[in-house]
Design a protein around this ligand. Structure first.
Ligand SMILES: *Cc1c(COP(=O)(O)O)cnc(C)c1O
Length: 411
């Protein structure tokens, strides 16, 4: 039997309280058995096709390709059920919970996307579902709270600490210790204690496998470069994993926010994060000298997190994955440009990856084959983006973009 990695270089591991050790051992054994079981993957493939809508399209971005001088493809994870890649992981873990004989799943959520995906997967499989969400986030992301309730989930407000994602993770962990016998904890990204980083990567690798097959079909070769945005790291490691041993450049886009001072961004790589053990795993974190997590900022809720998955931290340290950041404004401009040119409204998170591709296209060999993983669709962001795009400076920016495109069409 293949064994999952517990460490990635000096990162990873499992630093859990004594009471949770049996739960992690049970989960590790159940996952090891499932990942070797063809029936598990067959069921996921069937649900992937019939329920999630896989494979998601790899869309040639023809107008942007002309503008940029490269061959750009967009992997449209936003077309998956509930609007982002998160359902790949949530459904895989919900099926695993059922195999383990658990009647109930719990999840933490920040922006609500992972809660929404878990609630939908639980509804599909007939599992009870409770989602822990900071009170501040519940107010900020009310449409997703409503969506989770529509799927039959109980949404429990967390009133501790800053009442945001970190506190929701703690509340979910605490609930798990109390209900281990009938409950599986569906963690939402490729981080946390072993085996979560490996399990989430495997469940999200469907993205990269599809990219590989789809680019091979249309280009007859592998892409030159793949971009993906990095919050906790699940859509990026899922897109990258099948290419780690290939000659394909892999680029992770972090949130540059509104500046480089502490609290203004969520850029953990590039020397700003330091080694720590937080929420049961060892990785790079944005933290102060005492090891307390720093506040982070990003216009995109999904990238607004102080930690990063251990495998990506390692891949960044060894140089296999290159990291760079895009600012709030660059991401917003990329949303507008992608929508205008391609008829695709990307999520603010995904727009960070698009922004890096647009910024770097001029330095690539003409005709380079480039894939951007568009992890989600932007409908969920309209409450945030609409007031910004209504501001006078953005209105004139958007108008100048239209004028620029008309001029090009006329040539
Ligand atoms: C949650 C989310 C992310 C960030 O999470 P990762 O685990 O880094 O993928 C990115 N894009 C979208 C659309 C999301 O909902």
């Amino acid at each position: 039997m293949r064994r999952d990695e517990r460490y990635y270089g000096r990162f990873g591991g499992r630093y859990v309280p004594e009471v949770l050790r049996p739960a992690f051992e049970e989960l590790e054994a159940a996952w090891a058995a499932a990942r070797e079981d063809g029936a598990y993957w067959e069921l996921l493939e069937r649900l992937g096709r019939d329920f999630i809508g896989r494979p998601t399209p790899l869309c040639p971005a023809e107008r942007l390709s002309d503008e940029l001088g490269i061959k750009l493809y967009l992997k449209l994870e936003g077309q998956a059920q509930t609007g982002a890649h998160k359902i790949n992981n949530a459904l895989g873990q919900a099926v695993l919970a059922k195999r383990m004989g658990k009647a109930r799943v719990i999840a933490e959520t920040g922006a609500g996307q992972h809660g929404l995906a878990t609630a939908a997967a639980a509804a599909k499989l007939g599992l009870e579902c409770e989602v822990f969400m900071g009170e501040v986030d519940m107010a900020r992301q009310h449409p997703n709270v409503f969506g989770m309730r529509m799927f039959g989930a109980k949404v429990t407000p967390v009133r501790e600490g800053s009442r945001t994602l970190t506190d929701a993770v703690n509340a979910a962990m605490k609930n798990w210790t109390e209900r281990v016998s009938d409950t599986h904890y569906v963690l939402g990204s490729a981080l946390g204690a072993h085996p979560y980083p490996a399990m989430v990567r495997e469940l999200q690798s469907v993205i990269g496998r599809e990219i590989k097959a789809q680019v091979m079909e249309s280009e007859g070769r592998l892409p030159d470069r793949i971009y993906a945005c990095v919050g906790g790291g699940s859509n990026s490691i899922g897109a990258f994993a099948p290419f780690l041993d290939e000659r394909v450049e892999l680029v992770g886009a972090e949130a540059g926010g509104r500046g480089s001072r502490p609290g203004e961004h969520a850029s953990r790589m590039g020397g700003r994060g330091s080694v720590g053990i937080v929420q049961a795993y060892k990785s790079l974190f944005l933290q102060d000298g005492d090891g307390s997590l720093l506040a982070t900022h990003s216009v995109s809720a999904g990238l607004d997190y102080a930690g990063i998955g251990p495998q990506l931290a390692h891949l960044g340290e060894t140089g296999r994955v290159r990291f760079d950041s895009a600012s709030d404004d660059e991401a917003l401009a990329a949303v507008a440009r992608t929508a205008r040119a391609e008829g695709i409204l990307p999520a603010l998170e995904s727009a960070h990856a698009l922004a890096l591709a647009y910024r770097e296209a001029g330095t690539m060999k003409p005709g380079s084959v480039v894939v951007v993983n568009v992890s989600g669709r932007g409908d969920k962001d309209l409450f945030i983006t609409a007031p910004i795009f209504d501001r006078a400076d953005w209105i004139s920016f958007l108008e100048s973009e239209i004028a620029g495109m008309r001029a090009e069409d006329a040539i």
